[in-house]
Write a protein that binds this ligand. Structure first.
Ligand code: COA
Length: 356
């Protein structure tokens, strides 16, 4: 197991910000498009409402700019002082290039490095871990770490897609990471994991380079202009393969094992126990998952923060949004032990333990 304590320098969250679009979409609103109900959604997921970005005027990058502007301001620096961007999203503005460079352009930053992380629900914790290593080695001073998602642009808003589309929402969260000399402050350790065995059970297959089972035409028989169909074709759209796929119960079963495991790994690495946690910020996948984890770890209500009720699952944005909101409400104070934990598509899962 790699250890995180190779350097004496630590990184701390110097500023944090969040943005959610003003457009509130309730469970009742969803019933206009699909056969579902407020009761079903609340009972299975805890979600009451979510935010949807403006169809044309808001993108994953514009929401990230809003969150990042606040984080940078709170860190007491300017966008020009950021020396690296790590941007986590599964819903980028373009297939390529990634959102990191779009954020660099939009915020008129210097010609700094911009890295995109594609780890879905674990994306922000992975991104934070990457940034943490760069601060510890002394390579960068101010790193902007962002999680942002515009799910509403690509969900199946028919009864066929209801098991997925009711869960997800849009939003962005961002932090500025800086180095700290303080003993009682900063990221203590991060822990990253993956198991690709079940990669397809929570996935969006297209556009992609994999072979599609309904494409049996040998390449040699393709007519002129048909080659590109391998990437995104009418057949894919006809088979609803332009939407995400999820085996919900299988995700649930794995999540309730891996969440507690990776939280305990973080605590044990630092010689701490669940009773030492002041605030657990679990990725907001499903309120039932978070409640199961809380029960398993025997945490009190005041040790766990959930806001999925109002934002749905915002994937890479959920951890920084929940962290920001908990901090803004005064629920996280200087010196508190905060644990961030996430699980999602891949499967990938991750945790970070920090002193605020
Ligand atoms: N409204 C009404 N009914 C719905 C529905 C919806 N939005 N979505 C699915 N159903 C129906 C199904 O069609 C099924 O009907 P049937 O029994 O007639 O076949 C029934 O509800 C039960 O479906 P199932 O998928 O077994 O429900 P579930 O209790 O497992 O709940 C999830 C579904 C998705 C809420 C749940 O599995 C879950 O949250 N899993 C984890 C997903 C997750 O966290 N994803 C993000 C990963 S980070």
């Amino acid at each position: 197991m790699p250890q995180n304590n190779f350097a004496s320098r630590k990184s701390k969250i110097a500023g944090i910000g969040m943005y959610v679009p003003p457009n509130v979409f309730t469970n009742l609103d969803l019933t206009k498009y699909m056969d579902t109900s407020d009761e079903w959604i609340q009972e299975r997921t805890g979600i009451q409402e979510r935010r949807y970005a403006h169809r044309t005027n808001e993108t994953t990058t514009t929401m990230a700019v809003e969150a990042a502007t606040i984080a940078i301001q709170r860190a007491g620096i300017t966008p020009q002082e950021i020396d690296f961007i790590v941007f986590a999203t599964l819903s980028p503005d373009y297939y390529f290039p990634g959102c990191g460079v779009l954020l660099q352009r939009a915020m008129k930053m210097k010609e700094i490095g911009a890295l995109d992380v594609r780890n879905q629900c674990s994306g922000f914790v992975y991104a934070l871990s990457v940034a943490d290593q760069f601060i510890k080695t002394g390579m960068y001073k101010n790193i902007l770490v962002v999680g942002s998602e515009k799910h509403s642009f690509g969900l199946d808003f028919t009864t066929r897609g209801r098991n997925i589309s009711v869960i997800f929402g849009d939003g962005a969260g961002a932090v500025v990471l800086q180095s700290t000399e303080e003993d009682n402050q900063g990221i203590l350790s991060t822990h990253l994991h993956s198991d690709g065995e079940s990669a397809e059970i929570l996935a969006m297959y297209n556009p992609g380079t994999h072979a599609n089972h309904w494409m049996e035409t040998p390449v040699a028989d393709f007519n002129e202009g048909e080659m590109g169909d391998m990437f995104m074709s009418h057949a894919m759209i006809d088979h609803a393969q332009n939407f995400p796929n999820m085996d919900g119960p299988a995700v649930f079963k794995k999540a309730i094992v891996k969440f507690p495991e990776v939280i305990m790994e973080a605590l044990q690495t630092n010689g701490l126990a669940t009773a030492d946690i002041n605030m657990l910020i679990p990725h907001q996948a499903n309120l039932r998952i978070a409640q199961f984890v809380q029960q398993k770890l025997q945490l009190r209500d005041d040790q766990v923060y959930n806001n999925i009720q109002h934002y749905g699952n915002t994937t890479a944005a959920s951890v920084p949004i929940a962290l920001c909101e908990a901090w803004e409400k005064g629920l996280i104070r200087d010196g508190d032990l905060v644990c961030l934990a996430a699980f999602g598509s891949g499967f990938t899962w991750a945790s970070a333990l920090l002193r605020w």
